[in-house]
Ligand binder design. Structure first.
Ligand code: GSH
Length: 202
């Protein structure tokens, strides 16, 4: 299997962690999707990473679809429950974490523009999405929908999203008043799959 991605993408990290947790061997093809010339479009017409190429040459994108594909291989540990309603809940929480990644990514891209062209309103809009998303996740931990020692698709996505906030210094105060979320991600960060996929220090 080949994973096409970049080492700093939280979406790619989510898939790398899943592959490592399931013990699936893969080759990492490093592509930088924001570079003027890159090879991503041959795997995903949208030019986004991650993309996964199977040993049969089939190509899968984007990250929730890749996660679903990997789950269909039926390799332990299961990261999505079998019961449809419970599975839907986990996928919705994954979508929430992915949305936090999207908002962080938009903020980072906005801040790469010359200061005079940056939109403070847009940056605020994205910060508010992140803040509401994190509050919702904390509430799911408080009401028991999620547990701080769960290892599943949702918690993996959440930890990847939060470590991307740390890495890019977006919403640096995210941990204030969100103690359950802090415990969840600190627990996950101790796993080998997270240690091995830490984004490179700049
Ligand atoms: N919904 C997609 C989002 C992937 C995504 O936005 N990837 C970024 C890197 S973190 C990318 O490749 N961006 C390139 C672009 O937008 O042109 C997924 O879950 O795979």
């Amino acid at each position: 299997m080949k994973l096409i991605g970049s080492y700093t993408s939280p979406f790619v990290r989510k898939i790398s962690v899943i592959l490592l947790e399931k013990g699936i061997t893969f080759e990492f093809i490093n592509e930088l999707p924001y570079n003027q010339t890159n090879g991503v479009a041959q795997y995903n017409p949208l030019g986004k990473v991650p993309a996964l190429v199977t040993d049969d040459g089939e190509c899968w994108y984007d990250s929730p679809i890749i996660a679903e594909y990997l789950e269909l291989l039926d390799i332990a540990p299961a990261l999505i429950p079998r019961e449809p309603q419970a599975a839907l809940r986990i996928r919705q929480l994954e979508a929430l974490a992915d949305g936090i990644m999207d908002a962080a990514l938009v903020s980072v891209r906005e801040q790469t523009r010359p200061v005079a062209q940056q939109s403070p309103e847009e940056l605020l809009r994205q910060r508010e999405k992140i803040s509401r998303g994190l509050d919702a996740l904390e509430a799911y931990l408080v009401d028991g929908t999620l547990k701080t020692d769960d290892v599943n698709l949702a918690t993996i996505a959440i930890a990847c999203a939060i470590d991307y906030l740390n890495f890019r210094r977006v919403s640096p105060g995210w941990c204030v008043d969100r103690p359950q979320l802090v415990t969840l991600v600190e627990t996950l960060f101790q796993r080998e799959s997270f240690a091995r996929t830490e984004p490179p220090k700049a």
